[in-house]
Design a protein around this ligand. Structure first.
Ligand code: PBG
Length: 334
C-alpha cells in the first residue's frame, strides 16, 4: 500500500483517467465558463473614439457610445458583469480629485448610458481617487501623506454619485481603513441599500499595475511615487486575512484579491477562511505579460489564457476580472 491507502503501481495506473478525452472531461475538477468572467473596460471622452493602449496590446479605451456596443457584445457572450475605469481628461484632475464626486462625470454618464441600453449585465464601479488626482494617489494628500479619514469621506461621496447613476456594485480599490463600513452606511442612508459592495480586500502594492496606470493616464501623475502606505506588502499573507475579515465585518458582499496569478495562495486562504464570493483580478501586467509573449510567438495565447483562468478556479476563486474576458468567452464557445 502506498501512504495514501491506494494500491501501488502496477495495480494503480494514474494514466487510466487521462487516457481519452471523455474520461479527462469526466474526471475534471475545475471548469471555466463565461459566467466566471468580469470584464474591466476603459472609458474615455468623445464619440466614436477607440484609442489603443500601447502597453496592453489588444485593449482599447472606448468612448461611451462604443462602450455601450461593446457591453452589448459582452452580454451576448454570456459575461455577467463589467468593471468601469475612466480616463479622466488631465484638465479635470485636481489635488483632491473633486471630479470623482461630480454626478455628471465620465463614469456616471457611462453607467447611465449602459443601463439605458442593456439590462441583465452587472455594472461595477471602482471607488478610489487616483483617476482624478494630479498626484495619482488614491486618496487626499496633505504634506506628502495620504489622509485616511478625509479620503473615506470623499470615497463615500464618490460611491454615492456612482450608485445614484445606476451602477450595481461599488468596488472600493483604495485600501483606506474603514471605507467599506462608511460607504455601506452612506449608501443605506440614501436608500441605495440594493447596491452591493465588492471590496478590493487584499490589494497589494504591486508593480503589475503599470500598464493600467498608462491606460488611465495616472502613471505620469504618480511619477516615481508608490502606494505602499496603503496597499499591502507583497511579502504578507496573514495580513490579507485580517484585511478581508475587517471588510466582511463592515459589510462587504464579495471580496477580491489583487493581483491574481502571483497571489493564488491568498485566493486559496481567503476562500477557505471566509467562504464568501471571492474574485481574483488578473491585472494589467499579467495580461500584458501573456499577450506580449504570445505576440512574440513565444506562447500560444489561446491556450495560456485559458490555463491562467483555470488556475484561479483551481485556487478557489468564484470568478476572475480579466481584460481578455470577451476573447475567453469566444474561445469557450459563448
Ligand atoms: C486604482 C486601481 C488600480 C488598478 C485598479 N484600480 C491601480 C493602482 O492601484 O495603482 C489596477 C488594475 C490593473 O493593473 O489592471 N485604485
Amino acid at each position: 500500500m502506498a501512504h495514501d491507502g491506494h494500491p501501488e503501481f502496477p495495480s494503480t495506473r494514474m494514466r487510466r483517467n487521462r487516457s481519452e478525452d471523455w474520461v479527462r472531461r469526466l474526471t475534471r475538477e475545475s471548469h471555466v465558463t463565461p459566467s466566471d468572467l468580469i470584464w474591466p473596460v476603459f472609458v474615455q471622452e468623445g464619440r466614436g473614439v477607440r484609442t489603443p493602449i500601447p502597453s496592453m496590446p489588444g485593449v482599447d479605451r472606448l468612448s461611451i457610445d462604443l462602450l455601450v456596443d461593446a457591453v452589448g457584445e459582452a452580454k451576448s457572450l454570456g459575461i455577467p458583469a463589467i468593471a468601469l475605469f475612466p480616463v479622466t481628461p488631465p484638465e479635470l484632475k485636481t489635488q483632491d480629485g473633486d471630479e470623482a464626486t461630480n454626478p455628471d462625470n465620465l463614469v456616471c454618464r457611462a453607467v447611465r448610458d449602459i443601463k439605458d441600453a442593456h439590462d441583465d449585465i452587472g455594472v461595477i464601479c471602482d471607488v478610489a481617487l487616483d483617476p482624478y488626482t494630479t498626484h495619482g494617489q488614491d486618496g487626499i494628500v496633505r504634506d506628502g501623506e495620504v489622509l485616511n479619514d478625509e479620503t473615506v469621506a470623499a470615497l463615500c461621496a464618490q460611491a454615492f454619485v456612482q450608485a445614484q447613476a445606476g451602477c450595481d456594485v461599488i468596488a472600493p480599490s483604495d485600501m483606506m481603513d474603514g471605507r467599506i463600513g462608511a460607504i455601506r452606511e452612506a449608501l443605506d442612508e440614501e436608500g441605495l441599500e440594493h447596491v452591493a459592495l465588492l471590496a478590493y480586500a487584499a490589494k497589494y502594492a504591486s508593480a503589475f499595475y503599470g500598464p493600467f496606470r498608462d491606460a488611465v493616464g495616472s502613471a505620469q501623475n504618480l511619477g516615481t511615487a508608490d502606494k505602499r502606505t496603503y496597499q499591502m506588502d507583497p511579502a504578507n499573507t496573514d495580513e490579507a486575512l485580517r484585511e478581508v475579515a475587517l471588510d466582511v465585518a463592515e459589510g462587504a458582499d464579495m471580496v477580491m484579491v489583487k493581483p491574481g496569478m502571483p497571489y493564488l495562495d491568498i485566493v486559496r486562504r481567503v476562500k477557505e477562511s471566509f467562504g464568501l464570493p471571492t474574485f481574483a483580478y488578473q491585472v494589467s501586467g499579467e495580461y500584458s505579460m501573456l499577450r506580449g509573449a504570445a505576440d512574440q510567438g513565444w506562447l500560444d495565447w489561446d491556450k495560456v489564457i485559458l490555463e491562467s483562468i483555470l488556475s484561479f478556479k483551481r485556487a478557489g476563486a468564484d470568478g476572475v476580472l480579466t481584460y481578455a474576458a470577451p476573447e475567453i468567452a469566444k474561445l469557450l464557445g459563448g
